[in-house]
Write a protein that binds this ligand. Structure first.
Ligand code: DSN
Length: 482
């Protein structure tokens, strides 16, 4: 990744000075920060939800914008002196609206989970409070008595959410029972076709018809395929549900116009949520996009659901979203998808078994049971060899969500470093070689272990030095010297 706006010498000086100041107060933090750069530079980062933000985005987060309280919304704050935060929030929201073609954007959420909670509450408020007010003969919420709230709460408590199950690739917050979304809603989950691993729209429609959800959630964090959001909207409309799409993982592919037409959720969803730090390559945070009818409910996210906005992060979101509006971002997003395909093809050519037999987005889900390993063993062996991934359930996973049978890979981060499809074929070779040379361990009692493993002698070093060649050819923050 090159940073046209920060020269290497300038960035080096800025960060060296900043770390010197930090070291004067708490040297362990300066050391850990330096070490983190070394570690990130030296490893093959294949975590599908991570990326490398640009230096301007990182720099924007390190300012006194952090010091301001600004609960409320633009022009309607609970604190005085928010004129500059207003500017920041307005600019970030404007870039988000323009980038995604959304009527409304809310840029305050601190994370993807926060964005989903804001969205859920906004949908409940819009769908329940409006009719509720009418039913109770009140003009606005301030007129409601405690008894009225009891009535509304009873209705709010009786709401249904239909989302994709965690082991099929959905997210915790899409109604997974142990998550708050699975507790605050009556939930039902749709899965994927057991034979193909693909989303089965007929199954989704049947579940929706039977369950009649208030909210139907589409989107995923571990499904390696594109989704037809026009079909999802059709199903939602048929049963009178509100369609919420969580595009946290693939927002960069939407922004870069790799996902267009029916694959672009924004025109079809009533409410769309995203994070800004995954394929979108911004600071850690969330955004809610909405059709106009949901705007005023979403705007109540803070302080209804969120604590005070992180103004320095909203500022960095504005910078990242401005970057994503540049033509170069489209080329980056296309390369992310091309690299994922090359990586998937490379794995399969070498005998690996992938969920859905491939990918057409930014992620690949490898079933490591064909190597005789659990996800946890595979994740640890790969890490020993300098390949950073995360274990992940596969559909109907016999090893559950802790040990798992899968490894999830993604291409956004290494593509930001300039990795090409040819590089990813080499990465596939390295990954398969590590897994072929990993043996599952046994417990003290001699039973098969789901956690311990042994990696054959020399494989970790050989993998690291093969990776180093490619990593050196595609440096992270080139020229940044601390
Ligand atoms: N933690 C994110 C991911 O890895 O997909 C989602 O919350």
């Amino acid at each position: 990744m090159t940073d046209a706006h920060v020269t290497n010498a300038r960035a080096s000086e800025i960060y060296r000075n900043a770390l010197d100041v930090i070291a004067g107060i708490e040297p362990r933090i300066a050391d850990a920060t330096r070490q983190e750069l070394d570690d990130q530079r030296a490893s093959l980062k294949l975590i599908a939800s991570e990326n490398y933000a640009s230096l301007p985005v990182l720099m924007t987060m390190g300012t006194w914008m952090s010091d301001k309280y600004a609960e409320g919304t633009v022009g309607h704050r609970f604190y005085a002196g928010c004129q500059n935060v207003d500017t920041v929030e307005q600019v970030a929201a404007e870039h988000a609206r323009e980038l995604f073609g959304a009527p409304y954007a809310y840029v305050q959420p601190h994370s993807g989970i926060d964005a989903n909670l804001v969205a859920y509450w906004a949908i409940l408020a819009q769908r329940i409070e409006g009719p509720g007010l009418e039913k109770l003969g009140a003009k606005n919420v301030n007129e409601l008595t405690e008894a009225d709230w009891e009535t509304l709460r009873a209705e709010l408590g009786n709401q249904r959410l239909l989302g994709m199950s965690l082991d099929a690739g959905g997210h915790l917050t899409h109604g997974f029972r142990p998550n708050i979304s699975g507790k605050m809603f009556y939930q039902r989950q749709y899965g994927t076709d057991p034979a193909s691993g693909l989303l089965d729209y007929d199954q989704v429609a049947a579940a929706a018809r039977e369950f009649k959800p208030l909210i139907m959630v589409a989107g995923y964090s571990a499904y390696p395929r594109r989704v037809n959001f026009a079909k999802m909207r059709e199903i939602a409309d048929e049963v009178g549900a509100t369609l919420m799409v969580d595009m946290a993982h693939f927002a960069g592919l939407v922004a870069g116009k790799v996902f267009t037409g029916d694959e672009n959720p924004v025109p079809f969803a009533h409410v769309t949520t995203t994070t800004t730090h995954k394929s979108l390559r911004g600071p850690r945070g969330g955004v809610v996009l909405a059709q106009e009818e949901f705007a005023s409910s979403v705007d109540r996210g803070c302080p209804m659901v969120l604590g005070g906005p992180l103004s320095h992060v909203m500022a960095a979101k504005a910078v990242a979203l401005a970057e994503a509006r540049q033509p170069a971002f489209g080329a980056y997003a296309q390369q992310v998808a091309d690299n994922a395909k090359a990586f998937a093809d490379g794995l399969m050519r070498r005998g690996a078994k992938l969920v859905t037999d491939g990918t057409d987005n930014h992620l690949v889900l490898l079933d490591v049971s064909s190597f005789g390993l659990t996800g946890r063993q595979a994740e640890s062996a790969l890490l020993d060899a300098g390949v950073v991934t995360n274990r992940n359930s596969v559909p109907a996973d016999p090893n559950g969500a802790w040990y798992t049978s899968g490894i999830r890979f993604g291409t956004p981060a290494l593509t930001s470093r300039g990795f090409t499809a040819d590089n990813f074929d080499v990465v596939a070779d390295l990954v398969v070689n590590v897994l072929k040379n990993t043996e599952p361990g046994t417990t003290k009692a001699g039973a098969p272990s789901k956690a311990s493993y042994s990696l054959a002698e020399g494989i970790a070093d050989r993998t690291k030095s093969a990776a180093a060649e490619m990593l050196d050819a595609h440096p992270l923050y080139p020229g940044l010297e601390l």
